[in-house]
Design a protein around this ligand. Structure first.
Ligand code: MRU
Length: 357
């Protein structure tokens, strides 16, 4: 996608230096800062602190983390140690495990001398594949948007939660990919952007992306969606996911479940846009099986923003002595999900296996 007219990805290798560069997402929307990562430890830290975030991008970054580990020491012990550190960096997005396991499966049978070159190549392949999968999601989701827009005969209002745009992937995004495809095809749309407390990925990242691409949108507080649905102002919800079970339970950013409940009550179609590496075929019951990341209470207590004079500050919004809790994801049961948009097409949540036999 483009920033001020120039094409960007969220991650890229700097081959001469055997390093990678990323867009530091903790600095957006107020500053566009590129960070260089040249050790597996720096990759682990970037994932933990959410300089990179979003399930597909976490997976792609972890793949490069394995390449950086191979650069440092390509022995079995070193690669296993790196894999463990990466896997522990964030627990919920299954793309992380998928990418690390894919790298290990490829690298361990090779001679130690061959591992580093292959690791860099494979990480680049994972990134390129991510772009292709997300583009295909865009194509399938766009048809759904077009169809509904033709029925409504007015700009279609789509609500999204968190950031499942190109910043959350290598490029295009998942939930936002159909939105970009529809916008590029001239379909009149408008996006309701949930701010997504506590870290505000909607307000800081989704709104920024949509601004850059010129897509009409409005940022709303997390609590506004249900009201808008009751008043016919949301035609469709599209979210991303960090993990979808074989039976179609959707784990995504905290607050997604409440949007799905409101959508169900108001007969608003609720879609999750998901590339296949986000599907966990080993899990059936999302509610009891998916590990939910518990993040620091500081993310609830402290809010970062720009002051009138342009300074970036953090302020504490809690009374002294009030504890805070911060579960980062929730699980929307398959029964509340109208469809899963994948690179192979759209299906009912309980029919995923028919698309991926
Ligand atoms: O905590 P984050 O910002 O990594 O959470 C991201 C999300 O919840 C996204 O919706 C999800 O990863 C899908 S990304 C295409």
């Amino acid at each position: 996608m483009k920033i001020q007219g120039h094409p960007w990805r969220t991650i890229w290798p700097v081959e001469a230096e055997k390093a990678i560069e990323i867009i530091d997402q903790t600095r957006l929307p107020h500053a566009l800062v590129v960070c260089r990562l040249d050790t597996v430890q720096s990759v682990v830290l970037a994932i933990k602190t959410m300089q990179v975030r979003g399930a597909p991008l976490i997976g792609a970054t972890a793949a490069y983390g394995m390449a950086l580990a191979a650069k440092q020491d390509a022995s079995d012990a070193s690669l296993h140690h790196a894999a463990q550190q990466l896997l522990a960096s964030r627990p919920t997005a299954v793309n992380l495990r998928w990418a690390v396991e894919r790298m290990l499966t490829l690298l361990l049978p090779l001679s130690v001398a061959d591992r580093e070159v292959t690791a860099w190549q494979e990480a680049a392949t994972i990134c390129d594949e991510d772009v292709i999968l997300n583009q295909a999601i865009g194509k399938h989701g766009c048809l759904q948007i077009q169809e509904m827009q033709q029925l409504k005969k007015r700009p279609l209002n789509i609500l999204t939660h968190c950031n499942a745009g190109w910043l959350a992937t290598v490029d295009w995004g998942t939930a936002l990919s159909p939105i970009y495809a529809a916008f590029n095809a001239g379909v009149p749309i408008h996006v309701w952007v949930d701010e997504t407390r506590p870290r505000n990925q909607g307000a800081s990242l989704t709104a920024w992306e949509l601004c850059q691409h010129g897509v009409p949108h409005t940022v709303i507080s997390d609590n506004a969606g249900g009201h808008l649905m009751q008043h016919g102002e949301v035609d469709m919800v599209i979210v991303g996911a960090d993990r979808v079970t074989a039976h179609g339970d959707v784990c995504n950013k905290i607050g997604t479940y409440l949007k799905a409940l409101a959508a169900f009550d108001n007969r608003v179609p609720f879609y999750a846009a998901v590339p296949s590496p986000t599907i966990d075929w080993e899990m059936r019951d999302g509610l009891s099986e998916i590990p939910i990341e518990q993040r620091s209470a500081d993310e609830v207590a402290w809010i970062q923003g720009r002051t009138m004079d342009g300074g970036i500050v953090s302020v504490n919004i809690l009374p002294d002595g009030s504890p805070a809790a911060n579960p980062a994801f929730d699980v929307t049961p398959a029964r509340l999900v109208s469809g899963i948009i994948t690179e192979r097409g759209i299906c009912r949540p309980d029919m995923l296996r028919s698309l991926f036999p």
